[in-house]
Design a protein. Structure first.
Length: 211
């Protein structure tokens, strides 16, 4: 699998998404209720993500009925619902670590890829726009990195509605199971400024009603 960010978005991520849907369908057909709930959350989504790496033209990932495609424009009839900008060096480093650790071969990672499409999240957002800049602090060999992301907008936000700051080590703690997402939110490890009331409302709604 490629660790180049653009190639990853165009080829590897759609493959991960497809594999995740296949795993979920296999598990659901065997009676796994959680797998069925995730499928029911993923497959109704019709929406595209505009993802930009540095100054390169954005790659559009379009989800429809449990299928994800990549292209230079959104798929016909698929509205843009997410727009994000990521720094290339950070994306390359993180993808390299994922490849070295074998994470991209993990079925749970493939399932996680499918959950980037979520009807529950769409319904919680209720058509409202939400924009933020997320600062990841202390990434090894990179330092601090800013990711710009917006929901129900067509371009990454220059001036966000709010900002969030989190230590990279704390994110790794969540991945390793040493911290919960609730502890990240409620324990002061996620610092937020601006109008983040909608983000907290959605986060608490999803955390209190997990799949």
């Amino acid at each position: 699998m490629s660790i180049q960010p653009i190639e990853f978005l165009r080829n590897t991520f759609p493959q991960l998404f497809t594999r995740g849907v296949e795993v979920l369908r296999t598990r659901a057909s065997a009676g796994d209720e959680r797998a069925q709930r995730i499928l029911d959350d993923v497959t109704p989504v019709i929406g595209a993500a505009s993802l930009q790496i540095d100054e390169s033209p954005p790659v559009y990932l379009s989800a429809s009925s449990g299928v994800l495609t990549a292209g230079d424009t959104p798929a016909e009839g698929v509205p843009i619902k997410i727009a994000a900008a990521l720094p290339g060096p950070a994306a390359t480093l993180l993808l390299g670590e994922a490849v070295k650790s074998g994470a991209l071969d993990d079925e749970e990672v493939a399932i996680g890829a499918t959950q980037t499409a979520s009807k529950r999240f769409e319904e919680a957002l209720a058509g409202q726009s939400m924009t933020c800049h997320v600062s990841l602090r202390g990434i090894p060999n990179l330092g601090d990195v800013v990711v710009k992301v917006g929901f129900n907008v067509t371009e990454p936000p220059v001036e966000p509605g709010f900002t969030a700051e989190v230590q990279y080590g704390d994110l790794e703690g969540v991945q390793r199971g040493e911290l919960t997402v609730q502890e990240l939110f409620l324990g002061g490890k996620l610092k937020m400024e601006g109008d983040y009331s909608l983000a907290l409302q959605i986060a608490m709604q999803l955390l209190t009603n997990p799949l």
